[in-house]
Write a protein that binds this ligand. Structure first.
Ligand SMILES: Nc1ncnc2c1ncn2[C@@H]1O[C@H](COP(=O)(O)OP(=O)(O)OP(=O)(O)O)[C@@H](O)[C@H]1O
Length: 477
């Protein structure tokens, strides 16, 4: 039984279920009980409709769930329970009381849905129709659906959306659309209120790291059904946002930043897109056998407990440079915190630098097992040198997060970070790629598709974390 449930009835009456008259009780703790079933309004009930003299309760139950209030953990299923009050007065009363309990839960009533029809296996529209829409309809949630028509369309929409008309923005996509929405919201003049809009993500892309991180944190599998349920139930959590800056240019990241091996695999494997999800593994093996190392330097403000990583550093110039770039802008410019402790550095060459905000980088990549959604830190995974065989073993451990325990890997938490990327150690004319949240933020000379323009130059970048700046819909235990 729900521990909050006092058991005291707020409405108890005789109703007809399947042609038999039975007692039905709604308790103060939000349970709806009749002789062979008990539903928790908060956990099991999505919504209800009145059809003629009947009330239809739209619920989700665990498959194979027991009779009363205890499921056995099977996959959830939609199910409708119908009952018929014996008088019109009783019907009205049930309608009012059930609605009052649902209203008290603070669930979203109107959502703006962004759907990328070209994400992942181009299945977002089908996922929406099969898994998301039926649940939203059961929950009586109204929505406006907007398909994204081009790159950065979602950012434009988020930049101008009338946020007062919605209780949340839902992305039926991979991580890319969510990141565009965050960037669009933070470039608004009203960014400080706009970024509080709860954001939801339904896994429908190639990389679904945010959906996986949220669902896995409560032991749920990463499915569109589970993600939609979490959004309908309306619980939220705060999410750190990292500001990547170079001069006046800004990119707001909620997932990760990579340079070196991980970035090269992520971006260059696009040429093998026809292979589907196997493309990453295939290209990773290629990259490991022809391993690149990059000259460069990283500087950081370590989280408490991680101050012994790297070498000591004085960083006065960096602080002044960063603060002088935070002027005359109407949008969000990144957190302004005291950077006096910014005093560690590690010199290259590096095999890989990987910063992570949430644990999962994709559904099979547990990049940063200790990452927390709103601890105010990024998890930094540094690899300087490693034999090819150890690297292969390490990459195959990524789905369990075992790589961070390797003696070849430094794993720590940072509050702020400076990346000074350099050329490849085997060829000074070739530089690398900086990958932020799956998009190419900067490409160096001689790198893959180096003729294409990017937001930033392959040069020094600053990254700072703003604790819990954004809000995401999240399942609860
Ligand atoms: N109609 C469109 N045509 C082309 N690109 C689009 C369209 N809509 C969105 N995009 C771009 O697709 C990118 C990836 O989107 P999303 O994250 O949904 O998919 P993904 O499958 O995880 O990513 P990818 O397919 O690039 O690996 C977005 O950043 C966005 O800029």
């Amino acid at each position: 039984m729900d521990p909050k449930d006092t058991g005291a009835p707020v409405l108890s009456d005789r109703v007809q279920i399947n042609g038999i008259v039975v007692p039905l009780t709604l308790t103060a703790g939000g349970q709806l009980r009749w002789p062979d079933r008990c539903l928790s309004i908060e956990k099991d009930v999505l919504g209800f409709v009145v059809e003629g003299s009947r009330i239809k309760i739209k619920a989700v139950i665990e498959s194979g769930a027991g009779i009363c209030c205890a499921g056995d953990g099977g996959a959830p299923l939609r199910k409708t329970f119908t009952f018929e009050p014996l008088s019109e007065d009783s019907l009205r009363l049930w309608n009012q009381r059930l609605q009052a309990v649902l209203d008290s839960l603070g669930r979203p009533k109107k959502l703006f849905v962004l759907l990328n029809p070209y994400g992942g296996k181009r299945s977002a529209s089908k996922i929406f129709l099969d898994d998301v829409k039926p649940l939203l309809d059961d929950a009586n949630i109204h929505y406006t659906l907007q398909e994204t028509k081009y790159r950065l369309h979602a950012k434009e929409v988020a930049h101008s959306l009338d946020l007062l008309s919605y209780d949340g923005v839902l992305c039926v996509s991979g991580d890319g659309i969510l990141v565009e929405v965050v960037n669009g919201l933070l470039e608004r003049e009203d960014w400080s209120s706009a970024i509080k809009m709860p954001l939801g993500v339904i896994p429908a892309g190639t990389s679904n790291g945010m959906a996986k991180s949220l669902l896995d944190s409560v032991g749920e599998s990463c499915t569109a059904f589970n993600a939609t349920l979490a959004i309908i139930r309306g619980h939220t959590r705060s999410l750190d946002v990292a500001t990547v800056s170079q001069g006046q240019k800004r990119f707001f990241s909620v997932l990760m930043l990579a340079w070196g091996l991980v970035a090269d695999i992520d971006i260059e494997s696009e040429k093998y897109r026809w292979m589907g999800s196997a493309r990453m593994d295939f290209y990773a093996i290629q990259r490991i056998f022809c391993l690149r190392r990059y000259h460069g330097c990283i500087k950081f403000l370590a989280a408490p407990g991680y101050e012994n990583f790297g070498e000591p550093l004085e960083l006065e110039g960096e602080i002044n440079e960063l603060n002088s770039n935070r002027v005359q802008q109407n949008c969000y410019c990144g957190p302004a915190f005291d950077m006096k402790g910014f005093n560690r550095k590690i010199e290259g060459p590096f095999v890989s630098i990987w910063l992570h905000n949430v644990p999962w980088g994709g559904e099979n990549v547990l990049a940063a097992p200790d990452a927390k959604f709103a601890d105010g830190y990024l998890d930094l995974v540094v690899m300087k040198d490693c034999s090819k065989l150890s690297l292969l073993a390490l990459m195959s451990d990524l789905n369990k997060g075992g790589h961070v325990r390797s003696p070849h890997v430094l794993y720590l938490k940072v509050k702020a970070f400076v990346l000074e990327p350099g050329p490849r150690s085997d060829d000074p004319n070739k530089e690398g790629i900086i990958d932020a949240d799956g998009e190419v933020l900067a490409r160096g000379r001689g790198a893959y598709k180096s003729e294409q323009r990017t937001l930033m130059a392959y040069d020094k970048l600053h990254i700072e974390v703003d604790q819990g700046l954004a809000t995401v819909f999240s399942p609860v235990c």
